[in-house]
Design a protein around this ligand. Structure first.
Ligand code: SAM
Length: 266
């Protein structure tokens, strides 16, 4: 068991939520209360617009590097007002929330949502995977699509997926349960050692890539390779291969580990 320690980043989601609550308590509710004494009727949309504008302005100062949060903060109160006006049973909202949580549970802190590799990605990988048997791991395997396709082409090799969101994990686990050369674990890929794998595949987001590179440098054996779908690693040396599978959201970056990988500070 190996854990790679890196400085903990503040979660933008919690910053955004705190800003919304602070604006609600310090500005919107007192304003609403004052207006109620004047007997003037202010539509909920106008209050939401006012709230969203203040929240967006504060967010632009607190999270200047993530402009999309400013936009989200501006439209969030309006979405709440619209949601309240839609005549749906609370259980529908609760159900939608639970499903979203089961799929995106770790997006809050990992900032890696679920999206699947293109259908032709496994085919493109075939050009660079080892000839003999090997151990392959998909870090954050989602619905297990990459594993399901590769295990057919390489019946002698071993395919593992690690997934921490409950619903995708369950789907991948059920999908690959009957294949002896596949295993899907429910867990956090930061806590597993990569030393036993010859091929590490991932399709994550820009956020974890520097930390992943440190982990890979510390744990992968010489000759093993890291394949990142779409997301390059600025701290890493230039990739050994860059593949462009048709229909993929981005290139596949391939780094082959040498005895002393350069540029990773290890
Ligand atoms: C973009 S999806 C990629 C799915 C799959 N690898 C594919 O290529 O089709 C990333 C997945 O990583 C999972 N994930 C994010 N952080 C994780 C972590 N620390 N441990 C395990 N899985 C994680 C997410 O739940 C999500 O399902």
């Amino acid at each position: 068991m190996n854990t790679t320690k890196t400085p903990v980043q503040p979660w933008p989601t919690t910053v955004a939520l705190r800003v919304q609550v602070a604006v609600l308590l310090l500005i919107t509710l007192p304003l609403w209360w004052l207006i109620s004494y004047t007997h003037i009727t202010v539509p909920g949309f106008a209050m939401a617009l006012c709230h969203g504008t203040v929240a967006a302005a504060v967010t632009a100062v607190r999270l200047p590097s993530a402009p999309w949060w400013t936009l989200l903060q501006a439209v969030f109160p309006m979405a709440v007002v619209i949601g309240i006006t839609i005549p749906l049973s609370p259980s529908v909202w609760l159900g939608a929330f639970v499903v979203l949580w089961l799929v995106n549970r770790n997006t809050l802190h990992e900032r890696i949502p679920l999206y699947c590799s293109g259908r032709l990605v496994p085919q493109a990988l075939e050009g660079i995977l080892p000839c003999g048997s090997f151990r392959f791991v998909d870090l954050g395997c989602g619905l297990g699509g990459v594993l399901a396709r590769l295990r057919q082409t390489y019946p002698q090799s071993h395919f593992e997926g690690v997934e921490s969101a409950p619903l995708p994990w369950l789907i991948a686990w059920l999908r690959l349960l009957r294949y002896r050369n596949c295993r899907v674990r429910w867990g956090n890929f930061w806590t597993i050692s990569l030393a036993e794998y010859q091929v590490v595949y991932c399709f994550l987001s820009p956020e974890p890539m520097p930390r992943l590179w440190s982990k890979v440098c510390a744990e992968l054996r010489p000759g093993a390779c890291l394949i990142s779908n779409t997301f390059a690693i600025p701290q890493a040396p230039p990739p050994d291969h860059i593949l462009h599978p048709p229909g993929s959201s981005g290139p596949l970056y391939v780094w082959r580990m040498t005895a002393a990988p350069c540029g990773c500070g290890c």
